[in-house]
Write a protein that binds this ligand. Sequence first.
Ligand code: ZN
Length: 287
Amino acid sequence: MINKFQFLIIVFTFFIFKLGFSQPEVPVEKWKNKTILLVGAHPDDDWLSHGTLALLNKNSNKIFILTLTTGNVGTKDLTINKNDLSIIRRKEQLEAMKVIGLTEKQYINLGYDDGRLEFANREEIIGKIVYYIRKIKPDVLMSFDPGFNYQVWHKSDHRASAYLTADAVRAAEWHLMYEGQIIHQNLKSYAVPEFLFYGGNVGDRNTNVDISGFSELKILSGSKYISQWSSGWNKYLGSDLDKYPDGEKEKVFNRLKNRIKYFNDKPIEQFRYYKGMPDGMGREKRD
Ligand SMILES: [Zn+2]
């Protein structure tokens, strides 16, 4: 029989091994000169990682955001049409990116309809993601977490984004897949070496990024998504929060502040880090 103390040591060792095995060799806070590609479904999904992106940008990493849809149904305001909402959300996205030091040149939107990713042509959309993976050649790819040893349930576009991205990563490394890009567009097959998955289950997250010094920027960038995270969701009154009634600006900033997570009194963002062959991103090693 083992006593309680020995049991705790075993459990502790197991977790240290598991975490140590899967965490980045160099902490994310020290990454330099890497190329990072974040893929998301909507023009605000990247906000979950804006502290990390601001930090990485400051540390001379090159960042690109690839968003699959225009976000053109995300409103409860009956007076806004899809076209107008696409325009509003592009502007909000670019404003938010500007706050964390990113420009329009670092933003790619594939223009798919919001809420319809699951019904989009998979071969076509994966081909487009493959194209940008081969073109940008990211050292690190950030994506909705497709799950580890099981499939994570996300709402539909997020779920689609997680799997489309995972499938695109896999296709990008095979030169006979989407070979037209290689023959006619001067691209090469490319294997993504490292991954940071966001939005997955809390228990699967193995990496904390200390965003001290960047959490204020994250809050400020979040405040740009007025059509999403203010009373503009129900009644959109333009892109200036000062023009919204009832102290809306203060409410929005407080809400965003409350969404910042802390660990040991430091603001953090959490991810599941993975390094290795794409086939292993969702499971432990098998025989
Ligand atoms: Zn989303």
